[in-house]
Design a protein around this ligand. Structure first.
Ligand code: ADP
Ligand code: MG
Length: 250
C-alpha cells in the first residue's frame, strides 16, 4: 500500500485581493519527488504555505500524513524551507550551529537541552551541506547562499519524511546548486524522503522529479514526469524550449 503524505481536495486560498488558488485536488505518495512549476504569482508559494498552516484555507481541505492540516502537530516530520529569507532578522543573535540546533530543540519537551547525540547530528548535517566551517558565525553575517544552506541544514536536521522547498537555490552559485540538487535527489532515492520542490530551474527538475505539478491558480497539469513530457498542452503552455530542457533529462 502506498502511503499518502499529502492530500488536498478542492483546496482554495484567498488574500484580500481575492482567490489566488482554486480547486486544488492532488495527492502525493510516500517517495514521490514533485516538481512544482508555474508563472510568477500562480500560487506555488501559497500552496505550500497552506500545507504548512501558514495561510488560511478558504475552501476545501488539505491533510498531511493522513491528518487534516488544522489538527496536524507532528511538524518534526516535515522540513520546510520558505521562499523568502526576508523574515530572517539580520541581527538574529544565533550562530549557524545554534540555529540548526534550534531545529531539534523546538521539538523537545521541557527541559529543552541538546544531548551529545543531538550535537553530533547538528555537526553531521552542517558537514553534509558544507557549512561546518561556518558553524560559529552569526547567521546574519553570512552571504545569501550560505544562509540558504544553513537554513536547509535546519530543515534537514530532524531527518524529515517530507521536505518542502520553495525556490531553494535562488541564492546559490551554480556549483553549490548542483551539489544541492544531488543531495536532495539522494535523500529522495536512498532514504525515501518525499520531496515537494518549487523551482524555475527546468534542467534541475528534469534530472530528478517523478511527478510534475503545473499551477496557474488552478491545477493545469498534475501527473508523472513522463506524462508531462509527452503532453502537447504542456509544450504549448510551458514552452517547448523549457520542456526540452527538462525532458531531455541531463
Ligand atoms: P508564486 O509563488 O507562484 O509566485 P504566490 O503564491 O506567492 O505565487 O502568490 C500568488 C498570488 O497571491 C499573487 O498574486 C500574490 O501577489 C498574492 N499574494 C501572495 N502572498 C500574499 C499576501 N501575503 N498578501 C496578499 N497577497 C498575496
Ligand atoms: Mg513563490
Amino acid at each position: 500500500m502506498t502511503r499518502e503524505i499529502v492530500r488536498t481536495e478542492g483546496l482554495a486560498c484567498s488574500y484580500r485581493v481575492g482567490r489566488v488558488l482554486e480547486e486544488i485536488s492532488i495527492t502525493v505518495a510516500a517517495g514521490d519527488y514533485v516538481g512544482i512549476v508555474g508563472p510568477n504569482g500562480s500560487g506555488k508559494s501559497t500552496l505550500v504555505q497552506a500545507l504548512m498552516g501558514l495561510c488560511t484555507i478558504s475552501a476545501g481541505s488539505a491533510s498531511l500524513f493522513g491528518v487534516p492540516c488544522g489538527r496536524f502537530t507532528q511538524w518534526g516530520r516535515i522540513g520546510y524551507l520558505p521562499q523568502s529569507l526576508r523574515l530572517l532578522n539580520p541581527v538574529f543573535p544565533a550562530t549557524v550551529a545554534e540555529a540548526v540546533g534550534l531545529g531539534l530543540l523546538s521539538l523537545k519537551r521541557f527541559p529543552r537541552r541538546l544531548s551529545r547525540q543531538d550535537r553530533e547530528k547538528v555537526a553531521a548535517t552542517l558537514e553534509l551541506l558544507g557549512v561546518h566551517d561556518l558553524r560559529d558565525k552569526l547567521i546574519g553575517e553570512l552571504s545569501g547562499g550560505q544562509q540558504q544552506r544553513a537554513l536547509l541544514a535546519r530543515a534537514l536536521v530532524n531527518d524529515p519524511e517530507l521536505l518542502i522547498l520553495d525556490e531553494p537555490t535562488a541564492a546559490l552559485d551554480p556549483e553549490t546548486r548542483e551539489r544541492f540538487y544531488h543531495l536532495i535527489a539522494d535523500l529522495n532515492r536512498s532514504r525515501g524522503v518525499t520531496v515537494l520542490l518549487v523551482t524555475h530551474d527546468a534542467g534541475a527538475i528534469g534530472g530528478h522529479a517523478t511527478k510534475m505539478l503545473y499551477l496557474d491558480k488552478r491545477v493545469i497539469f498534475y501527473g508523472s514526469f513522463d506524462e508531462f513530457c509527452r503532453s502537447d498542452d504542456m509544450s504549448t503552455i510551458f514552452g517547448s524550449h523549457s520542456q526540452h530542457l527538462m525532458c531531455h533529462r541531463h
